[in-house]
Design a protein around this ligand. Sequence first.
Ligand code: H79
Length: 420
Amino acid sequence: MAKLSGIRPERSQREGAQNDPRLDWWREAKFGLFIHWGLYAIPAGVWQGKEVPGIGEWIMLHARIPVREYEQLAAQFSPTRYDAREWVALAKAAGQKYIVITSKHHEGFCLFDSRVTDYDVMGASPFGRDILAELADECARQGIRLGFYYSQTQDWHHPDGDGNDWDYDESQKDFAGYIEDYVKPQVTELLTNYGPVALIWFDTPKGMTEEQSRSLLELVHTLQPDCLVCGRVGNALGDYASAGDNMIPDVQMQVDFETPATINDTWGFKWYDENWKSVPDLVHKLVDIVSKGGNYLLNVGPTAEGAIPQASVDRLLAMGRWLDVNGEAIYGTRPGPVQGQEGYRSTRKGNVVYLHVLEWPHDGRIAVRGVSERVRAAAVLGAPQAGALACHQEGDALTILGPGAAPDPVATVIALSLAE
Ligand code: H79
């Protein structure tokens, strides 16, 4: 069995974290909401009248926008429709158990009140509201965990941050000084001023020395011992592994991992990106990831006004409706015994194996391998009126005779109760 398929070694899970009970809530959660929000939502994929190809939050780099020009966007940042209560309620209705928001992306603009820079929502924008503080309060009120994305290497605004070679001479940069005098004070602010933080989501660890990764990990754990650190802190030191963006491992993983993913093709808002994934596709991706032992962190990119695109809202709510019926086959489960069979996935909790049928066979005859324990009963989740389904077992080969049409057109879950 491949151990790290889809996961770069330096983004993997630290030895010993696999049995760490600090991750218990995260292992149970399976599904989170990622929020990418920053100044890039204002140009929304267009610069000087031209559509800029690529992911929206990278517009500053793709168009090589000088810092002095780009930073003027901050004066326009006034998202009057921002309503933390709505965003948190959406995540809850979608069945998501944690939220991760960009506190500072590669562009360098901070959505929180930072003492170490004026390039933040309080100092540089007319908005004058601490976005993270409002979200943290609301998460506490509605009972959902909140984590912060923080770009620790790339900072295209800071003269010593990584990535901006069009304003700054990269050979003159004091990256180590930037980590010590800017990143660490800001991470300290994030872990001091916003109550309990579920996790810090570092990104693009390229260039981090092992010592730098370790010292960030230790800083986080010293300030908030229960706060998790994602694998993108670098040097294989994270509390959990991070798969590539939109990457789902081919096979079941032996490490705790998370797939961060987009609903369309961008993280930060681009007004003309309409390449939305379908609801069945999104649910299948959730099932696929969970069946391999991972979590799905699914992104929305709010507009400059502070609205989450309706296409994202519709899809998240539809996923929530599927989870209302099928959540017991997702939350708190482990990978099940049916692995690597096209059209099928499986999860397990105690004595129940959940068989997820992603492509319903035309004749309703479901045939899988891998269930070697005796199946006492098989029933479709959410359709108990359909009664028990007939099954035959021979060795680890299981055949279930189901109806001719999929009971759930999105994905049908059959609960298999195993003999004690
Ligand atoms: O925050 C989101 C992305 O902005 C961030 N990670 C997710 C969670 C991210 N940072 N880097 N990358 C993703 C990959 C960058 C790949 C690159 Fe490129 C290839 C950089 C330059 C060439 C993609 C293509 C971005 C610009 C061109």
